[in-house]
Ligand binder design. Structure first.
Ligand code: NAD
Length: 335
């Protein structure tokens, strides 16, 4: 193993400190200090150093954990099934590497069937239903412990308070993204600016800030929507065979699923799906920052498992940074 030089060790420590500080501003204060593209660059630099010198990895490194935990005024909720993050691919080559790793692990040269879903830029929520009734809603938090935001979630009209139909398990958890469509974001920021209040940097932070309001009457006035992207059941034998079918089931229960979702077999089809979605991106009524590819077979997902902060069966292929300019403009505007 190559031994890290003092320069490498001190750069890694510096990166960990910077990223931890940015995490705190982003996840806890809902007020990012730097554009996402800058954060992603530093995160990748740290990941590359840690890959080259595995002995410098520390358990508190941002590469080893999900999100950030800060003080909360909400009750804490434990996620029995962890809510993980996603690994990123920033180029075609990185997507090809991901597909190669998946096939190597599954010891197959066959094309893998993936589901491609727009990566909505909002925040992940977990919704628990018992006998079909929404009993608890939580943020992702650090993946293991989130915040109980049930009262606020109940104000979002695209979330069913009671599952439709009568074919659902006694206890089921639906996960998805709460986001703020572009139009709603602009109207909200204008309203805040007119009142001389602080505006939000982007729709993602507006959604996070709105969901974490102490008064649910404030959340109710925020234009939030939700799109479901997975189902979690402790008894996995009750799940259908594929992720695609699981989402069709969730749709029948009354959730919105993303109409741009597609199946793609093999990495070439994934690259086509990426290009198709990128062309549609500007015309969508909400912001997306990439496309998420997930292995469709739930049995294969289980075989692949996960590493510390992300599943091995999914990847987010990011679009080129658009926000870099807008965020910098916003920062200048605020100064
Ligand atoms: P992420 O955004 O990289 O990916 C995981 C998240 O994607 C999930 O938790 C979920 O909320 C979301 N998602 C959207 N659509 C999905 C779908 N169809 N299926 C599954 N998940 C879907 O998550 P993260 O770990 O919260 O954040 C890391 C990213 O956040 C960084 O890459 C960076 O861009 C940004 N960030 C920025 C700052 C900053 O200071 N600007 C700080 C921290 C993080």
């Amino acid at each position: 193993m190559t031994k890290a030089t003092p320069d490498v060790i001190s750069r890694a420590a510096e990166l960990r400190d910077m990223l931890a500080e940015y995490d705190y501003h982003y996840y806890v204060l809902d007020d990012p200090k730097v554009p996402d593209a800058e954060y992603d660059r530093l995160f990748r630099e740290l990941q590359d150093l840690e890959a080259k010198y595995p002995d410098i990895v520390t358990p508190d490194s941002p590469t080893q954990r999900v999100g950030a935990r800060g003080e909360t005024t909400f009750e804490e909720v434990e996620h029995r099934i962890p809510m993980l993050s996603l690994d990123n691919a920033f180029s075609e080559e990185e997507l090809r590497d991901f597909d190669r790793r998946v096939r190597d692990r599954l010891k197959t040269s066959d094309d893998i069937e993936y589901v491609g879903e727009p990566k909505l830029d909002g925040l992940a929520v977990s919704l628990h239903f018992e006998s079909g009734i929404l009993t608890r809603a939580a943020t992702r938090g650090d993946g293991y412990t989130g915040e109980d935001i049930t009262a606020n979630i109940r104000t979002i009209s695209s979330i069913p308070l009671k599952l439709r139909g009568n074919s659902f398990p006694d206890v089921v958890e639906v996960r998805g993204e709460v986001y703020m469509p572009r139009k709603g974001f602009e109207t909200l920021n204008k309203r805040l600016a007119d009142r001389g209040e602080k505006t939000f940097v982007n729709p993602r932070n507006a959604a996070a800030g709105s969901l974490r309001q102490k008064k649910s009457s404030v959340t109710a006035r925020r234009p939030l929507e939700m799109c479901a992207y997975s189902v979690a059941l402790e008894d996995e034998s009750r799940l259908p065979a594929t992720h695609w079918e699981a989402l069709q089931q969730v749709k029948k229960w009354g959730f919105r699923i993303n109409p741009e979702m597609c199946k793609a077999t093999g990495v070439e089809a994934c690259l086509d799906a990426y290009n198709d979605l990128m062309e549609k991106r500007a015309g969508l009524p909400y912001e997306i920052d990439g496309i998420v590819f997930k292995v469709n077979s739930l049995a294969l997902q289980q075989k692949l498992g996960f590493v510390s902060r992300a599943p091995r069966w999914a990847i987010a292929q990011k679009f080129p940074a658009q926000e870099e300019l807008t965020v910098i403009e916003d920062v200048e505007f605020q100064v």
